[in-house]
Design a protein. Structure first.
Length: 418
C-alpha cells in the first residue's frame, strides 16, 4: 500500500510528488506529464506570468525555470514572455529530475476502501494508498455558454480543445471571451490568415501593464510591491499569503476567487489584437443554430440591441468552473459525501484536505479556499509544501497502521537529466 497517490502530473501534481518523495513518503504519481500544456494549448502561445513566477516546486528549489533555461542556453528574463513549448519542456525536465517513478497511465476511478483508497488505471490495474492528492488541472472544468451547449464539436469548441489552429486556416471563426486565452487565440488565428472576430460581454477590453522592473526605489516598491500575480498589495496578498487568505470569511473568499484578476490580455499581445482582429464589445450570444456552412448566432447588446452573424466555427474561451460534480474521477459515493462551499467547489481545510479524510485537492478546485493564486502555476509551491504536511499529519493520526516508516526517503536523483 502506498502512502500517497498523486492523480495528475501538471505543475501542481509534479510539485506535490516532488515534496512527498523528499519527505520520505512512498508516493506514486499518475498521468502524462504536462499533458494539458502539450496537447491542449495551441502552438505559438506564451506564458502570461513572469518567468520567476512560473517555477514548479521542489523542496530545495533546485529545478527552477531559470535553471532549465540556462541549461538549454536560453534566457529567462524579466518582461520577456516564455514560449509555451519551452515551459512544457521545462515541466518534463522537472519530472525527470525531481519526481521518482511517474506512471503515465490515466487514473479513471478513485474510490474509498478499507484503510484508504483504491485507484484504478485506464487498463484496469488497481493501486491502493492511504491518501490521495487530486491535481487534475483545469480540463475537467471547461465552461461553455448555455446558448452553445449541445452543438456538434465541429461547430463549437472550447479554447482548451486545440493543440493547433491549422484546421481554421482561411475560415471564418468567432472567439468568445475577453481574457488572455481568447485574445491570444484570436491573434494566432489572424496571423495564419483566418478571418476572426472576438465577442466580448464586457464594454471594454482590459490589458495588463508591462511588469515593473525588479530593482526599484524602495518607496515605489513599498507603494506597489511585486508579486507572482502582478504588482500591488492586494495581488501580493493573494500570491504570497494564501494561508492567511484561507482564514477570511467564506463569503469573502468565494467572492474574491470569482472576481479578482478577471479577464485581461497580456501587454505583449495587445498590438497583435488591436491591429488585426475585429472586436465586438458588450455583446453576448443569445441563441445559436446550425446553418449550412456553420452557425447563425443571435447576439444581444445593452447599447445596440440584437444583431445576427454567421460563422464557420465558435471557439469559447470562456474559462473554467471547478465544482464537485465535475470530479468524475471520484466514485459517485465518494463525490457525493464531499462538503461543498457556496460556489459548488469542495471545501478544503488549512492543509488542502477535503471533508473526506485522506483525500486532498490541489489547483483550480481550491481557489475558493486559498485564493486566485491557485489558478496559476505560482500557487504550486505553497500548495505542495502545505499539502504534503497535511498528508503526513493524516498518516500519523489516521487509523492503526497509517504510519510513515522511519528513515524512508524518496529516490529523487541528484544529477541533472537532459
Amino acid at each position: 500500500m502506498y502512502d500517497l497517490l498523486v492523480v495528475g502530473t501538471g505543475p501542481y501534481g509534479l510539485s506535490i510528488a516532488s515534496h512527498a518523495a523528499a519527505a520520505g513518503l512512498n508516493v506514486r504519481a499518475f498521468g502524462r506529464p504536462m499533458a494539458s500544456w502539450r496537447d491542449h494549448m495551441p502552438r505559438g502561445m506564451f506564458l502570461k506570468s513572469e518567468p520567476w513566477a512560473s517555477n514548479l516546486s521542489d523542496p530545495e528549489g533546485r529545478w527552477r525555470l531559470d535553471v532549465f533555461c540556462a541549461f538549454r542556453g536560453m534566457s529567462a528574463r524579466h518582461a520577456e514572455p516564455i514560449p509555451l513549448d519551452v515551459f512544457a519542456e521545462y515541466g518534463l525536465w522537472f519530472a525527470r529530475n525531481a519526481v521518482p517513478g511517474i506512471d503515465e497511465r490515466t487514473v479513471t476511478r478513485v474510490a474509498p476502501c478499507a484503510g484508504g483508497f483504491d485507484a484504478v488505471t485506464e487498463d484496469g490495474e488497481t493501486f491502493t494508498a492511504r491518501a490521495v492528492a487530486l491535481a487534475v488541472g483545469v480540463l475537467p472544468f471547461t465552461r461553455i455558454p448555455a446558448a452553445l451547449r449541445g452543438l456538434p464539436p465541429d461547430l463549437v469548441s472550447h479554447s482548451s480543445d486545440h493543440a493547433g489552429l491549422d484546421r481554421f486556416r482561411d475560415k471564418d471563426v468567432t472567439v468568445i471571451g475577453g481574457g488572455q486565452a481568447a485574445l491570444e487565440t484570436a491573434a494566432l488565428l489572424a496571423e495564419q490568415g483566418t478571418r476572426v472576430r472576438v465577442l466580448v460581454r464586457a464594454d471594454r477590453l482590459r490589458w495588463n501593464d508591462v511588469p515593473p522592473v525588479g530593482e526599484r526605489p524602495w518607496w515605489r516598491a513599498a507603494r506597489s510591491p511585486r508579486s507572482g500575480l502582478g504588482p500591488g498589495w492586494r495581488n501580493w496578498f493573494y500570491a504570497e499569503r494564501p494561508g492567511l487568505y484561507r482564514r477570511l470569511p467564506e463569503r469573502t473568499r468565494t467572492r474574491v476567487a470569482a472576481d479578482a484578476l478577471g479577464p485581461a490580455g497580456a501587454w505583449w499581445v495587445r498590438e497583435r489584437v488591436e491591429r488585426r482582429v475585429e472586436v465586438l464589445l458588450g455583446r453576448e450570444v443569445v441563441t445559436a443554430r446550425e446553418v449550412p456552412g456553420g452557425l447563425r448566432l443571435e447576439t444581444a447588446s445593452r447599447r445596440d440591441g440584437s444583431a445576427v452573424l454567421e460563422t464557420a466555427h465558435v471557439i469559447a474561451a470562456t474559462g473554467f468552473r471547478a465544482t464537485r460534480d465535475r470530479l468524475r474521477v471520484l466514485s459517485p459515493e465518494l463525490r457525493a459525501v464531499l462538503a461543498t462551499g457556496a460556489d459548488g467547489a469542495p471545501e478544503v481545510g488549512l492543509e488542502f484536505e477535503s471533508s473526506y479524510p485522506g483525500l486532498f485537492l490541489a489547483g483550480l478546485i481550491t481557489a475558493a479556499g486559498f485564493g486566485p493564486a491557485m489558478r496559476f502555476v505560482h500557487g504550486a509551491s505553497f500548495t505542495a509544501g502545505t499539502l504534503v504536511r497535511g498528508v503526513r499529519r493524516r498518516l500519523r493520526t489516521g487509523p492503526a497502521g497509517w504510519r510513515i516508516p522511519a528513515g524512508r526517503r524518496g529516490e529523487v536523483r541528484a544529477t541533472v537529466r537532459p
